[in-house]
Design a protein around this ligand. Structure first.
Ligand SMILES: Cc1cc2nc3c(=O)[nH]c(=O)nc-3n(C[C@H](O)[C@H](O)[C@H](O)COP(=O)(O)OP(=O)(O)OC[C@H]3O[C@@H](n4cnc5c(N)ncnc54)[C@H](O)[C@@H]3O)c2cc1C
Length: 364
């Protein structure tokens, strides 16, 4: 089939790779040069989907220090590597180059404005025809606008790199609190060379919170600030019809707990590619398989976000303090991508259950 993809972000490029064997694939990218949106932190689950080239890996993360609004903290970790910190430019380039090596055409500097379906074909900007279109154009999706689909609720992520002492160099810091990053969190991610990525995600006034956060960390000098918007929303409308679907951030296949969307985006690509690589794709099968796997986990991420966003700073202080009691469960079962792995054992913990019930957290 002639498959056309809008957007050469990480998920669009990965879709190109996964479809290149069976299809004639072209990706349209509005930008002429690479711009990076993410921090490059991925759970080791990434390796089951895409093995990042060695030169892209800057650091390996074994744990996290979670800091509550009152400054108390808990350190969670162990000896296992749980996440990889990558060089974002090299990582995104590796995907684009792999797509090109597999025969995918990437047309940069080509902004797509409209998409329609005509005579069982897709018409892109009135002059490009395709048999199948994948919209990987991010949260401001072209197809969402063209087809009048739900506009996604988004938060904003903002980040920089600065010299920052991390102790130890294999542990991230997560700062919680309504004066730090309301309804989300701020972070430091050690790059392994005395520098760290420093950022936060929040719904409103990210630049102001960011300034205050940098001040709190004592960071005066830093590199250029980058970032972007992140869908924090549920959307079941990602299969538009038998010729068009959305993927990645355009589909809101993003984790509401961390804002990460690359592992979940890649997983969704694989499920879509499984169908598109068949002679007669069955989109119901794609949806049902997605719903039972990635969809179920994304749903848990949303429930956790909903639970967390009801907490006051005092509640967060209490939660972090009591977390010592369920730390062994998190260390054994914790997974950035699959909350189902730790939620079930966590819900059996008396202290967690009490807190959960207090804030109306229903898992099932
Ligand atoms: C500060 C921050 C930190 C993050 N950190 C992480 C992290 O560490 N790990 C992680 O997994 N996720 C992270 N994320 C989320 C991650 O960036 C997204 O989930 C991921 O980029 C989604 O990839 P995508 O390809 O779906 O969309 P995008 O990365 O948004 O790419 C969309 C592409 O489409 C192009 N495009 C848009 N409109 C058009 C058009 N009309 N015509 C042609 N091209 C178009 C854009 O130029 C862009 O290249 C972070 C996000 C932010 C903001």
């Amino acid at each position: 089939m002639q498959v056309r993809i809008i957007g050469a972000g990480p998920v669009g490029s990965y879709a190109g790779i996964q479809l290149s064997k069976e299809h004639d694939v072209t990706i349209y990218e509005q930008k002429k040069s690479l711009t990076i949106k993410h921090s490059g932190l991925f759970s080791t689950n990434l390796k089951n989907l895409y093995k990042p080239p060695k030169e892209t890996i800057l650091n390996k993360i074994k744990g996290a220090k979670i800091i509550s609004p009152n400054g108390e903290f808990i350190e969670i970790g162990g000896s296992k590597t749980r996440a990889l910190v990558t060089d974002t430019i090299l990582f995104d380039k590796s995907l684009i180059n792999k797509a090109k090596d597999k025969g995918v055409t990437i047309k940069t500097g080509k902004k797509i404005n409209t998409v329609t379906k005509k005579d069982n074909r897709v018409l892109i900007d009135d002059d490009i025809k395709a048999q199948y279109l994948i919209d990987a154009s991010g949260p401001n999706s072209v197809v969402r606008k063209s087809f009048g689909l739900k506009q996604l609720k988004t938060y904003t992520g903002i980040e920089t790199i600065a010299k920052y002492p991390s102790y130890p160099e294999d542990s991230v810091e997560i700062y919680l609190g309504n004066n730090i990053a309301p309804n989300f969190f701020a972070w430091t991610i050690p790059l392994g060379d005395g520098r760290a990525k420093i950022g936060l995600i929040t719904e409103n006034n990210p630049a102001e919170y960011f300034k205050t956060f940098l001040k709190r960390l004592g960071v005066n000098k830093h590199e250029e600030v980058s970032g972007g918007i992140i869908p924090v929303d549920t959307a079941k409308d990602f299969i538009v019809n038998n010729r068009i679907s959305l993927i990645g951030d355009a589909a809101a296949h993003t984790k509401a707990t961390t804002g990460g969307g690359i592992v979940t985006g890649f997983e969704s690509v694989n499920l879509l590619a499984n169908e598109l690589n068949k002679e007669e794709p069955d989109f119901n099968n794609y949806y049902n398989t997605w719903k039972k796997g990635v969809g179920k986990e994304l749903n848990y991420h949303h429930r956790i976000r909903k639970f967390y966003n009801k907490l006051s700073d005092n509640d967060i202080n209490e939660l972090v303090k009591k977390a010592e009691e369920f730390k062994p469960i998190i260390e054994e079962h914790g997974d950035m991508d699959y909350p189902s792995h730790f939620l079930k054992p966590l819900m059996k913990n008396k202290e967690f259950l009490k807190l959960g019930l207090k804030h109306g957290f229903k898992l099932f």
